[in-house]
Design a protein around this ligand. Structure first.
Ligand code: ZN
Length: 227
Protein backbone atom coordinates (compact mmCIF):
# COMPACT_ATOMS: atom_id res chain seq x y z
CA UNK A 1 0.00 0.00 0.00
CA UNK A 2 1.33 3.40 -0.96
CA UNK A 3 1.84 5.71 1.98
CA UNK A 4 1.84 9.45 1.82
CA UNK A 5 3.22 11.76 4.37
CA UNK A 6 2.42 15.28 5.22
CA UNK A 7 5.57 17.15 4.58
CA UNK A 8 8.82 17.63 6.30
CA UNK A 9 10.31 14.36 5.18
CA UNK A 10 12.04 15.36 2.02
CA UNK A 11 12.25 19.07 2.40
CA UNK A 12 15.50 18.59 4.36
CA UNK A 13 17.06 16.38 1.72
CA UNK A 14 16.06 18.66 -1.15
CA UNK A 15 17.64 21.57 0.67
CA UNK A 16 20.82 19.55 1.04
CA UNK A 17 20.93 18.87 -2.68
CA UNK A 18 20.70 22.54 -3.45
CA UNK A 19 23.90 23.36 -1.57
CA UNK A 20 26.04 21.74 -4.24
CA UNK A 21 28.51 24.12 -5.64
CA UNK A 22 29.05 23.80 -9.35
CA UNK A 23 32.49 25.29 -9.70
CA UNK A 24 34.03 23.26 -12.49
CA UNK A 25 37.52 24.72 -12.60
CA UNK A 26 40.29 25.79 -10.21
CA UNK A 27 40.01 29.45 -9.19
CA UNK A 28 43.82 29.78 -9.21
CA UNK A 29 45.02 27.96 -12.34
CA UNK A 30 41.77 27.47 -14.28
CA UNK A 31 42.25 23.70 -14.57
CA UNK A 32 39.02 21.86 -15.38
CA UNK A 33 37.74 19.66 -12.57
CA UNK A 34 34.70 18.42 -14.42
CA UNK A 35 35.34 14.69 -14.24
CA UNK A 36 36.23 14.42 -10.58
CA UNK A 37 33.48 13.09 -8.30
CA UNK A 38 34.85 15.00 -5.31
CA UNK A 39 37.80 17.22 -4.62
CA UNK A 40 39.26 19.47 -1.96
CA UNK A 41 42.51 20.66 -3.52
CA UNK A 42 43.22 21.38 -7.16
CA UNK A 43 46.30 19.23 -7.50
CA UNK A 44 48.03 21.86 -9.65
CA UNK A 45 51.37 23.36 -8.62
CA UNK A 46 49.51 25.87 -6.38
CA UNK A 47 47.51 23.00 -4.81
CA UNK A 48 44.97 25.45 -3.42
CA UNK A 49 41.84 24.61 -1.45
CA UNK A 50 38.73 24.81 -3.61
CA UNK A 51 35.13 25.64 -2.73
CA UNK A 52 32.88 22.65 -1.87
CA UNK A 53 31.88 20.43 -4.71
CA UNK A 54 30.77 16.82 -4.88
CA UNK A 55 28.75 14.70 -7.24
CA UNK A 56 27.06 13.23 -4.22
CA UNK A 57 27.62 12.89 -0.50
CA UNK A 58 28.73 9.29 -0.80
CA UNK A 59 31.58 10.38 -3.07
CA UNK A 60 32.76 12.82 -0.38
CA UNK A 61 33.58 9.87 1.85
CA UNK A 62 34.58 7.46 -0.90
CA UNK A 63 31.84 4.99 0.00
CA UNK A 64 29.40 3.14 -2.25
CA UNK A 65 25.97 4.67 -2.69
CA UNK A 66 23.71 2.50 -0.61
CA UNK A 67 21.14 2.55 2.17
CA UNK A 68 23.39 0.43 4.34
CA UNK A 69 26.87 1.76 4.93
CA UNK A 70 29.80 1.05 7.20
CA UNK A 71 29.41 3.94 9.65
CA UNK A 72 32.82 3.34 11.19
CA UNK A 73 34.41 3.93 7.80
CA UNK A 74 32.26 7.03 7.32
CA UNK A 75 33.37 8.50 10.65
CA UNK A 76 37.04 7.70 10.04
CA UNK A 77 36.95 9.43 6.65
CA UNK A 78 35.03 12.37 8.11
CA UNK A 79 37.78 12.92 10.69
CA UNK A 80 40.48 12.69 8.03
CA UNK A 81 38.70 15.29 5.90
CA UNK A 82 38.04 17.68 8.76
CA UNK A 83 41.68 17.40 9.67
CA UNK A 84 42.68 18.46 6.16
CA UNK A 85 40.31 21.40 5.82
CA UNK A 86 39.99 22.78 9.33
CA UNK A 87 39.94 26.61 9.22
CA UNK A 88 42.82 26.76 11.76
CA UNK A 89 45.08 25.30 9.08
CA UNK A 90 44.26 28.14 6.70
CA UNK A 91 44.49 31.12 9.03
CA UNK A 92 47.75 32.25 7.36
CA UNK A 93 46.54 31.57 3.79
CA UNK A 94 44.92 33.96 1.31
CA UNK A 95 41.33 35.10 1.71
CA UNK A 96 39.98 32.66 -0.90
CA UNK A 97 41.39 29.66 0.92
CA UNK A 98 40.23 30.95 4.30
CA UNK A 99 36.69 31.23 2.96
CA UNK A 100 36.86 27.85 1.24
CA UNK A 101 38.06 26.09 4.35
CA UNK A 102 35.06 27.38 6.30
CA UNK A 103 32.73 26.38 3.45
CA UNK A 104 34.35 22.95 3.03
CA UNK A 105 34.17 22.32 6.73
CA UNK A 106 30.45 23.14 6.85
CA UNK A 107 29.80 21.12 3.68
CA UNK A 108 31.59 18.01 4.97
CA UNK A 109 29.73 18.34 8.30
CA UNK A 110 26.38 18.41 6.53
CA UNK A 111 27.29 15.48 4.30
CA UNK A 112 28.42 13.50 7.35
CA UNK A 113 25.29 14.21 9.39
CA UNK A 114 23.08 13.32 6.43
CA UNK A 115 24.74 9.96 5.84
CA UNK A 116 25.26 9.03 9.48
CA UNK A 117 21.56 8.96 10.36
CA UNK A 118 19.80 6.07 8.54
CA UNK A 119 16.55 7.96 7.95
CA UNK A 120 18.19 11.09 6.56
CA UNK A 121 20.51 8.91 4.45
CA UNK A 122 17.45 7.16 3.04
CA UNK A 123 15.69 10.44 2.30
CA UNK A 124 18.82 11.74 0.63
CA UNK A 125 18.97 8.67 -1.61
CA UNK A 126 15.30 9.06 -2.47
CA UNK A 127 15.84 12.69 -3.39
CA UNK A 128 18.76 11.63 -5.58
CA UNK A 129 16.32 9.32 -7.40
CA UNK A 130 14.04 12.32 -7.88
CA UNK A 131 11.48 10.95 -5.44
CA UNK A 132 10.06 13.69 -3.30
CA UNK A 133 7.36 13.97 -0.70
CA UNK A 134 5.58 17.23 -1.11
CA UNK A 135 3.87 19.53 1.36
CA UNK A 136 0.28 18.65 2.17
CA UNK A 137 0.41 15.00 1.15
CA UNK A 138 -2.04 12.84 3.07
CA UNK A 139 -1.24 9.38 4.34
CA UNK A 140 -3.87 7.08 2.85
CA UNK A 141 -2.87 4.05 4.90
CA UNK A 142 -5.77 4.04 7.36
CA UNK A 143 -4.44 1.17 9.50
CA UNK A 144 -1.11 2.90 9.91
CA UNK A 145 -2.69 6.24 10.76
CA UNK A 146 -4.92 4.69 13.41
CA UNK A 147 -1.84 3.03 14.89
CA UNK A 148 -0.18 6.46 14.97
CA UNK A 149 -3.18 7.97 16.75
CA UNK A 150 -3.06 5.20 19.32
CA UNK A 151 0.66 5.66 19.86
CA UNK A 152 0.25 9.42 20.22
CA UNK A 153 -2.39 8.87 22.88
CA UNK A 154 -0.08 6.48 24.71
CA UNK A 155 2.68 9.10 24.61
CA UNK A 156 0.30 11.73 25.99
CA UNK A 157 -0.79 9.35 28.78
CA UNK A 158 2.70 8.12 29.68
CA UNK A 159 3.03 9.20 33.29
CA UNK A 160 6.25 7.59 34.48
CA UNK A 161 9.78 7.23 33.18
CA UNK A 162 9.10 3.52 32.96
CA UNK A 163 6.13 4.13 30.60
CA UNK A 164 8.24 6.42 28.44
CA UNK A 165 11.10 3.93 28.31
CA UNK A 166 8.78 1.11 27.31
CA UNK A 167 7.20 3.17 24.54
CA UNK A 168 10.61 4.25 23.36
CA UNK A 169 11.66 0.61 22.93
CA UNK A 170 8.42 -0.19 21.08
CA UNK A 171 8.95 2.71 18.68
CA UNK A 172 12.64 1.83 18.16
CA UNK A 173 11.64 -1.73 17.23
CA UNK A 174 9.08 -0.44 14.74
CA UNK A 175 11.64 1.91 13.21
CA UNK A 176 14.03 -1.00 12.88
CA UNK A 177 11.37 -3.01 11.01
CA UNK A 178 10.71 -0.06 8.67
CA UNK A 179 14.43 0.22 8.02
CA UNK A 180 14.79 -3.48 7.25
CA UNK A 181 11.91 -3.27 4.83
CA UNK A 182 13.43 -0.18 3.15
CA UNK A 183 16.78 -1.95 2.76
CA UNK A 184 15.10 -5.04 1.30
CA UNK A 185 13.05 -2.94 -1.12
CA UNK A 186 16.12 -0.95 -2.15
CA UNK A 187 18.00 -4.16 -2.98
CA UNK A 188 15.26 -5.09 -5.47
CA UNK A 189 14.96 -1.55 -6.83
CA UNK A 190 11.44 -1.09 -5.48
CA UNK A 191 11.71 2.63 -4.73
CA UNK A 192 7.97 3.02 -3.99
CA UNK A 193 8.35 0.57 -1.15
CA UNK A 194 11.53 2.32 0.05
CA UNK A 195 9.58 5.56 0.11
CA UNK A 196 6.65 4.01 1.93
CA UNK A 197 8.92 2.45 4.59
CA UNK A 198 10.81 5.70 5.13
CA UNK A 199 7.58 7.67 5.40
CA UNK A 200 6.48 5.32 8.19
CA UNK A 201 9.89 5.56 9.79
CA UNK A 202 9.62 9.34 9.80
CA UNK A 203 6.30 9.14 11.63
CA UNK A 204 7.86 6.90 14.26
CA UNK A 205 10.77 9.27 14.55
CA UNK A 206 8.36 12.13 15.34
CA UNK A 207 6.91 10.03 18.14
CA UNK A 208 10.41 9.23 19.35
CA UNK A 209 11.14 12.98 19.47
CA UNK A 210 8.00 13.54 21.55
CA UNK A 211 9.16 10.82 23.93
CA UNK A 212 12.60 12.40 24.21
CA UNK A 213 10.97 15.76 25.02
CA UNK A 214 8.87 14.02 27.62
CA UNK A 215 11.99 12.47 29.18
CA UNK A 216 13.66 15.86 29.51
CA UNK A 217 10.44 17.31 30.99
CA UNK A 218 10.43 14.51 33.57
CA UNK A 219 14.08 15.10 34.28
CA UNK A 220 13.55 18.86 34.70
CA UNK A 221 10.59 18.18 37.01
CA UNK A 222 12.67 15.75 39.03
CA UNK A 223 15.50 18.27 39.36
CA UNK A 224 13.17 21.10 40.42
CA UNK A 225 11.35 18.94 43.03
CA UNK A 226 14.59 17.57 44.45
CA UNK A 227 16.01 21.08 45.06
ZN1 ZN B 1 44.78 24.83 -9.66
Amino acid sequence: MQSRCTSRILSGASRLLSIRCNSSSCWKCGLSLRNKPFYLFCGCSYNVLLPPYADDYFAVFGIARSLEIETRQLTARFRELQNLIHPDKFSQKCQNERIHSAQQSAFVNRAYKTLLDPLSRGLYLLAEHGIAITEGEINTDIDFMSEMMELNELVADAASNEDVKQLFTTVMDKMQLCWQSAVKAHSTGDMDEVRSSLVHMRYYKTIQERLTEKTSDHLAEHISTSK
